[in-house]
Design a protein around this ligand. Structure first.
Ligand code: ADP
Length: 234
């Protein structure tokens, strides 16, 4: 039985969140998203010319995304360089961004998205996706909506929101379900499952994830508003 969370949060409570945009002066758009001890920064470049040329699409922009964890992001120094996990996460972020960014507005061009995890305590793909979507908005790219992403799941018999690494490693069994929404479209753009879960619990997990994502969505919008109101003052 998992009756009380390790960090004393309620089962449907998010970790403390910080969000800001415009953190990287050399990029066209950028953002930082922190949830508890997980933090991701994202930089967006483009639209630019497609390189290599053979990847060009006549009817839309191509999103190229790189995800990486900094060596110092985890207790035992992460191995530098892109491994299979990084490639997989880069791909799921790309797929989700393709639903959010209006890529059809920029034929024959490329949008580069670079996401780095500076600190990892579970939920990095969701934090990365949220940061990447804020960075795309910060770059002024037309979007159908922002993406709000969070992991939910089960720890022991309990349905929980925003698992920590300690919870993911709980010996009584856990299930981790990263979920990403386009909230105003009520559309899921990423849904993965690590572990086993009953159909009934999966419904509860998605519901708790959705409520959590809506809170994240509000925080993202606030961060973007702050950025643009500061810009208009200066
Ligand atoms: P996510 O970060 O989206 O939950 P995973 O399920 O692949 O993705 O990873 C779970 C967690 O495991 C990460 O958030 C991080 O805390 C930890 N982790 C991942 N890779 C490493 C690594 N190379 N070394 C130590 N911890 C890692």
């Amino acid at each position: 039985m998992y009756e009380e969370r390790f960090d004393k949060r309620k089962f449907d409570e998010l970790r403390p969140i910080e969000a800001e945009t415009g953190i990287i002066p050399n990029a066209d758009g950028s953002a930082r998203f922190r949830i508890g001890n997980t933090e991701a920064i994202a930089a967006v470049y483009g639209p630019t010319e497609v390189k290599p040329k053979h990847l060009e699409k006549l009817d839309r922009a191509v999103i190229m995304c790189k995800y990486d964890m900094m060596s110092f992001s985890v207790p035992d120094r992460a191995k530098p360089g892109v491994d299979r996990r990084d490639m997989e996460i880069g791909e799921v972020i790309t797929n989700a961004l393709n639903r959010a960014v209006m890529v059809e507005e920029f034929p024959k061009s490329m949008i580069g998205v670079y996401v780095y995890v500076t600190q990892a305590d579970a939920g990095t793909r969701c934090a990365s996706l949220t940061a990447a979507s804020m960075a795309c908005a910060d770059a002024g790219l037309p979007m159908r909506d922002l993406i709000a992403a969070v992991a939910a799941g089960t720890v022991g018999d309990s349905v929980v929101l925003d698992l920590t690494k300690e919870e993911e490693d709980y010996e009584g069994g856990t299930t981790d379900v990263p979920i990403a929404f386009l909230p105003s479209k009520n559309e899921i753009v990423l849904l993965q499952l690590d572990g086993a879960v009953s159909r009934e619990d999966m419904k509860k997990v998605i519901e708790v994830g959705k409520v959590g994502a809506l809170k994240i969505y509000e925080i993202e919008k606030e961060a973007l508003k702050r950025r643009f109101s500061n810009e208009s003052k200066s």
